[in-house]
Structure formats: C-alpha cells, structure tokens
Design a protein around this ligand. Structure first.
Ligand SMILES: [Zn+2]
Length: 73
C-alpha cells in the first residue's frame, strides 16, 4: 500500500461481506453514499470526499445496493 491510499484512512474493506466500513463511525457505507457520508457525517472537504469515493468504488466486488448487504452481526 502506498501512503497515498487516502481511502484506507477513512474506510476499511470488509471483503467477506463486500462492503466498505467507515473507520470513524463503524458504519457500512454503500459506494454511492460514500461522498455524502464523508461530507455530512465527517465534514470532509468536497474534493477529498470525491477522491475517496472514487477510490473506494474501484475496490473489487463491493455491493452497490443495500438489499445485497449482509451486515455482520
Ligand atoms: Zn462515518
């Protein structure tokens, strides 16, 4: 991992469930909601939130819809 992988400062890839977990609030966040989650929940600047969202969307095998998510118990 390069130190430029900023998405990993905010999100954790829970590969077993194909979801991204926000490290700050421990919620699973859909790829399409990452930008708004960062901006509204954690006051991340728009440019950075966009950058992180784009990187997370490139993670392999992430589910895109809530109905596909199995939240770990
Ligand atoms: Zn969060």
């Amino acid at each position: 991992m390069a130190e430029t992988d900023i998405e990993f400062q905010h999100f954790e890839h829970l590969a077993a469930y194909s979801i991204a977990i926000c490290k700050e609030c421990r919620h699973s966040v859909l790829p399409s909601h990452i930008k708004s989650h960062l901006q509204h929940a954690h006051k991340v600047k728009q440019k950075q939130a966009e950058d992180i969202a784009e990187r997370v969307r490139n993670w392999p095998g992430l589910v895109e819809y809530a109905s596909e998510i199995q939240v770990p118990s």
